[in-house]
Design a protein around this ligand. Sequence first.
Ligand code: NAD
Ligand code: AKB
Length: 405
Amino acid sequence: MPLKCGVAQRLESGELAAETGHWLLEIVKRTDAYRFVVLLERWIGEMRRILVTGALGQIGSELVPALRQRFGDDRIIASDLGMVPPQGPPVRVPYEHVDCAQPHQILEVVRRYNIGTIYHLAALLSAVAEEKPQVAWNVNIGGLNNVLQVARQYGCRVFFPSSIGAFGPSTPRDRTPQVTIQRPTTMYGVTKVSGELLCDYYASRFGVDTRGLRLPGLISHVAPPGGGTTDYAVDIFHQALRYKHYTCFLGPSTRLDMMYMPDAIRAMIELMVVDATRLRHRNAYNVAAMSFTPSELAERIRWHIPEFTIDYCVDPVRQAIADSWPCSFDDTAAREDWGWSARFDLQAMTADMFAQLREKLKAPKGELIRRWRGCDADAKTERDTRVEAQGAGASRQAQGHGQHH
Ligand code: NAD
Ligand code: AKB
């Protein structure tokens, strides 16, 4: 049975007052005993393992190796819908099947591995969520609620990835402030705002250490995106290398906030290790890196592939989603509170994407897939099966919609 944490937080939130009596709480808080509890708890927390849900997705495929590098292989438990653990040489990450819609599965893994921190990535992205709003609600909010319940019970810290999708058409679109109007018009956005609020609620009501980021669209070369509105900014690189041409499903002047994956991964880990007293906003911090339109990205791609061409076949569903999202974030709060600063702008990201993808094209196929997944080839097959099971096949349908016209 793992040692139950969260004593300091439960003291802070007043939850323990009922159990201990207010007079005892006051004595503890006024003496070194309180400081001791906080330090002991931090130490215990650092010893406990880290669970990543939705670990086979675009973010998880890079977050898991980054966490492994920082905290050690055996401290990171990857989980996703796939039943089969990643195979192949070498299996360095423990892997578990965890469907976040099933509370007992989360509970069992948290208990068995003595989990102290959960990076909760499992979700349906914007385009898929619009195709399957009911499933999206169940996974994005039901799953988060289950994770928070277990976190409360076992004193786990929780990372929640919100998104530019948490905003809507009535939000200021340029330099979107940290605190502003949040009236999204998509199911994805509804689940992201609700998720931010739910995490805040668990922090203030039950003392769960929840933290979150509002991530822009992410560009990466390790794993493919999972069915979002910003996926074009990844697809375009692959098509540029293969065909020197891309048909974009968003219009040429659709400006969106974007970020390169290495910056996003660093932001997640930095936020989770910073001293909680520095955080004025928990759920969730705006983080920004770059902002561009498809035609500006195409222009930058021509620096590397001069003959590259782009045309447009707008997908009305994803265009409407993009038109309701911010063009750029104001991330002053993240900079001030925990020293956030992006390292990749459009120029640096484009150069690195081409360097990485060209390197991969040289690699033998098996090696390529292994690197692409960050662990092994079988995981990809497994993920594909699972994505279809989730109804995320709609993602591919949505992705293909614009590209094959
Ligand atoms: P993804 O679609 O690539 O991966 C999500 C993973 O969750 C998949 O591997 C899927 O199998 C898994 N999953 C789905 N339902 C599940 C369930 N019931 N139980 C367990 N696992 C389940 O998504 P991603 O891009 O890696 O995004 C991860 C998180 O970050 C999501 O919450 C997303 O909203 C958020 N986010 C992503 C971006 C981005 O551009 N990628 C931007 C902002 C926020
Ligand atoms: C999506 O487009 O759905 C995601 C996101 C920005 O949240 N990439």
